[in-house]
Design a protein around this ligand. Structure first.
Ligand SMILES: C[S@@+](CC[C@H](N)C(=O)[O-])C[C@H]1O[C@@H](n2cnc3c(N)ncnc32)[C@H](O)[C@@H]1O
Length: 257
């Protein structure tokens, strides 16, 4: 039986996301597990100590694909960016969707320090500072530090390192204000902390086209980050009232109106 083009596209992207998230042969950990110690153990084994190149659950890949489909179908102009990429998996997926849909006039921007999370100010952000210095972040997750060379190699291993992929190395507060990005259709925020989230919004939101999407990976996460507060502060400072929709218990998004 011959597969149609949309069926081939679907099969490629389904297989790809399983490879990126180490879920081809293994179930993903329960991201809503109430048992913190067992979750950290599962998360570390499944993502950190494996060939996974993204730590996003499947629901967030579905949401990413939905947003990309929507902006392409509605001709919303602009590139795609993720701020906070770890091993690069979500941005590899963005590039793959463009390739599968034969889109050649949009870039994928890959923004990260490529040396892990910044140290939060302990006075302003005490729960972030505590988590940052604790054993889970320092030992198990190693502050999510991955070098630029490793991320480029991951793109290359998946056959997706080309001129439609641009890397922005540095702390967001330094790299984003001068980034040569003209316009965005998709802004995916995954820098975890208050300042990382705020630096991304302040420097990139005005470049987002109307009809484009902001996805906030950690909006629902309250135990170790003030990400939600950064988003709420930014939205209220700009009088943004567009509905925040829920992807899963942690990830939320809105469409710029
Ligand atoms: C949770 S990981 C991202 C996970 C990734 N999106 C995925 O698909 O697996 C957070 C990333 O944000 C980066 N990061 C956080 N704050 C940053 C900042 N202010 N400047 C640059 N990079 C930052 C870290 O280096 C790390 O790679």
């Amino acid at each position: 039986m011959m597969l149609s083009n949309p069926e081939i596209q679907h099969a490629y992207l389904t297989l790809l996301r399983k490879c990126l998230t180490n879920t081809l042969h293994h179930n993903e950990p329960d991201h809503d597990s109430a048992h913190l110690a067992s979750f950290v153990h599962q998360f570390t084994n499944h993502y950190i100590n494996s060939n996974a190149v993204s730590m996003l659950p499947k629901s967030r890949f579905d949401n990413l694909e939905y947003c990309i489909d929507d902006v392409i179908r509605n001709n919303i102009p602009g590139d795609f960016i993720e701020t906070g990429v770890w091993r690069g998996g979500a941005t590899i997926f963005m590039r793959a969707v463009l390739k599968a849909k034969h889109v050649t006039d949009r870039m994928v921007w890959v923004a990260d320090s490529f040396e892990g999370l910044p140290e939060p100010d302990a006075e302003k952000f005490p729960i972030e500072a505590r988590a940052h210095a604790g054993p889970v972040m320092t030992k198990a997750y190693q502050h999510f530090a991955v070098t630029l060379e490793v991320v480029k190699k991951n793109f290359s291993d998946y056959g997706l390192l080309d001129e439609q992929v641009k890397f922005l190395k540095g702390w967001f507060r330094d790299s984003l204000p001068t980034a040569p990005i003209e316009r965005l259709a998709l802004l995916r925020l995954d820098g975890d902390y208050y300042e990382s989230t705020m630096d991304s919004l302040v420097n990139l939101y005005d470049k987002l086209s109307v009809g484009g999407f902001v996805i906030v990976d950690d909006y629902g996460e309250a135990i170790w980050t003030y990400c939600r507060k950064a988003v709420d502060d930014f939205r209220s400072s700009r009088n943004i009232v567009a509905t925040l929709s829920q992807v899963d218990s942690k990830c939320f998004y809105w469409k710029k109106s």
